[in-house]
Every structure is written in structure tokens, then in C-alpha cells.
Write a protein that binds this ligand. Structure first.
Ligand SMILES: NC(=O)c1ccc[n+]([C@@H]2O[C@H](COP(=O)([O-])OP(=O)(O)OC[C@H]3O[C@@H](n4cnc5c(N)ncnc54)[C@H](OP(=O)(O)O)[C@@H]3O)[C@@H](O)[C@H]2O)c1
Length: 279
């Protein structure tokens, strides 16, 4: 990864931070987003320890807001080169929260940030032969079922179902993106990291937070193991010509029928264009 630049969202914690540190150790320069200055500085210190030679950079933004997604992506687009984009920031919410832009928070953060940032960085990624886009989805997509008449979960919000829908969106987004990238040499894949003992769920609130905390204490894998498939998709020569796929444990896995629906993938893309005004 020496000489390469990796852009990653959600690198101030969990699997994103571990992946960023490993990539830095392998020689990459890391450009990451953060929503909190103190947490950003803590991650920056770890990256500088992992690889002091590369001038790692942080861009502050609340990725649940389209305006912030656009602003930060436009800033990052000025980087001299981008080899890998890792869309990873995400969260689970116990209750329906509407952003100041009128979007449901899970959809806005977990899907729209991937969509908006990728589309704004795409012209820059296309300048780098063999560039890669990696998006962190989840096996939770198996519980997802998109209702295009209620993408903002106004009629029906249930924390885990809405989260599952957002992770289904990540797979549909990756499929539609890979189609658009066919023939460019850029690949786009997504992944399930495993059930990982990160800070995931710690701020969800309510009963959901409690359930996730218990499950994590019983069956979750380590952050190191959780970062492995991200690292595989970002660096392995084995995936150079693989695109549009969903991975788990560093292998292609077949997602649900809903996640393989290309008509839905296209419809989600068009709905996302309407919301973000890019794509
Ligand atoms: N843990 C699991 O079992 C699991 C399983 C499947 C998929 N995933 C997915 O893995 C990804 C990473 O999660 P994780 O498990 O590593 O959890 P985590 O430790 O909570 O990390 C989440 C990251 O997203 C950032 N983030 C959250 N809300 C944000 C916002 N509004 N604006 C900007 N950044 C924001 C967090 O920033 P702060 O540091 O400021 O909080 C943090 O860097 C997520 O997409 C999640 O859905 C996790």
C-alpha cells in the first residue's frame, strides 16, 4: 500500500479504526472523516504511530447530513490521489430520529453517506487505475425489505428492521455502482464484517442497546478479526477483477433475493439521486 491513499469513513472507532491502522502499517496514507475533534485526534495519533512517514489527514463532518456529506467529499476530492474508498461509518438507532434535512437518521447515515461521498469522489477514483470502493454492509440485511413508499420509515419504524434495510441498501448500492463501473477497471464490493465487539449499538438507546450489549459480551468476535474482510477487499490481489459482490470472511457470499434485485438497486439509485442531487 506504499504510496497509496485510502479514504475511510467511520475510522475513529471499531473495525474502521483497526482497518485504517493496518493499512497505515502497510504504507498507506490515511484520509479519514470524524465527527468529533477529540476522537479524531486520538485516531490520528494511532495512525502516526503506525506510519509516521505518511501525512495522514482528517476531515470533520457529521455524516448523517447530506450537506455535510457533500462538503466533506468536495474537500477530500482535492486530495492529490485516491486509491481506495472505504464507506464504513454507520450506526443503529432505537427510535426514529429525523435529521434537520428531514431524513430518517439510519437511512441518512448508513446509506446516503455511502452514496453521496462515493459519487462525489468517483471522478477522482477514476483517475487511479485499479481503484477500489469497499462498503461495510451486514448480514443483518437478511432481515431487510425495502418499502420504496416509505424509505424514511415514517409509517413503520423498528430500530433493527430499519438498520437491516440500510444494510440491504449498501448491497443494492454496490450492485448498481459496479454496473456503472464496468469496464473502468475500478471495483466496488461490500461485506459483512462478522458480529464484532466494537462500540456498535452503545449509543442506540433503549432496549436495543441492552440486547446488543449482552449479545456482544457473549458471541462477538474481536475488532481485529472484524477488520479482516475490509482489509481483504481493500488490498488483496485476489479481488482485482471481482466487482459488485458481497463478502463475508474474505469470501464471496450470496446475499438474499432482495439484495440481488437489480430493479430495486436501480430504483434505490434513482431515489438517492433525487435526495442527494448527485449520482
Ligand atoms: N459491530 C458489528 O457487529 C457490525 C456488524 C455488521 C456491520 N457493522 C457495520 O460496521 C460499520 C462500523 O461499525 P463498528 O462496528 O466499527 O461500530 P463503531 O465502533 O460504533 O464505529 C462506527 C463509526 O462510525 C462513526 N459515525 C457514527 N455516526 C456518525 C456520524 N453521524 N457522522 C460521522 N461518523 C459517524 C463513528 O464515529 P464516533 O467515533 O464519533 O462515534 C465511528 O467511527 C458500520 O457500518 C456498521 O453498521 C458492524
Amino acid at each position: 500500500m506504499k504510496g497509496k491513499t485510502v479514504v475511510i469513513t467511520g475510522a475513529t472507532s471499531g473495525i474502521g479504526e483497526i482497518a485504517a491502522i493496518h493499512l497505515a502499517k502497510q504504507g498507506a496514507r490515511i484520509v479519514f472523516t470524524a465527527r468529533d475533534r477529540k476522537r479524531a485526534d486520538a485516531t490520528l495519533a494511532k495512525l502516526n504511530k503506525a506510519n509516521a512517514a505518511a501525512s495522514h489527514a482528517v476531515h470533520l463532518a457529521d455524516l448523517s447530513l447530506i450537506a455535510e456529506q457533500k462538503r466533506v467529499a468536495a474537500d477530500i476530492a482535492r486530495e492529490p490521489r485516491i486509491d481506495v474508498l472505504i464507506n464504513n461509518a454507520g450506526a443503529l438507532f432505537n427510535r426514529r430520529i429525523e435529521t434537520s434535512e428531514g431524513l430518517e437518521m439510519t437511512f441518512a447515515l448508513n446509506h446516503m453517506s455511502f452514496f453521496t461521498i462515493t459519487n462525489i469522489l468517483l471522478p477522482r477514483l477514476k483517475e487511479t487505475p485499479g481503484a477500489r470502493i469497499v462498503s461495510t454492509s451486514s448480514r443483518a440485511h437478511r432481515r431487510g425489505k425495502l418499502d420504496f413508499s416509505d424509505l424514511q420509515s415514517r409509517k413503520d419504524f423498528q430500530g433493527f428492521r430499519t438498520y437491516s434495510n440500510s444494510k440491504l441498501c449498501n448491497i443494492l448500492f454496490t450492485r448498481a455502482l459496479a454496473k456503472r463501473l464496468a469496464g473502468t477497471g475500478i471495483i466496488a464490493n461490500c461485506l459483512h464484517p462478522g458480529f464484532v465487539a466494537t462500540r456498535f449499538g452503545d449509543q442506540s438507546g433503549g432496549f436495543l442497546q441492552y440486547v446488543v450489549a449482552i449479545a456482544k459480551s457473549l458471541i462477538a468476535i474481536s475488532e481485529e478479526d472484524g477488520a479482516k474482510t475490509i482489509l481483504h477487499l481493500a488490498t488483496s490481489p485476489d479481488v482485482t477483477s471481482v466487482s459488485g459482490e458481497y463478502f463475508s470472511e474474505c469470501k464471496v457470499e450470496v446475499p438474499t433475493v432482495e439484495a440481488r434485485n437489480d430493479a430495486d438497486a436501480e430504483r434505490l439509485w434513482q431515489e438517492s439521486v433525487k435526495i442527494a442531487g448527485v449520482g
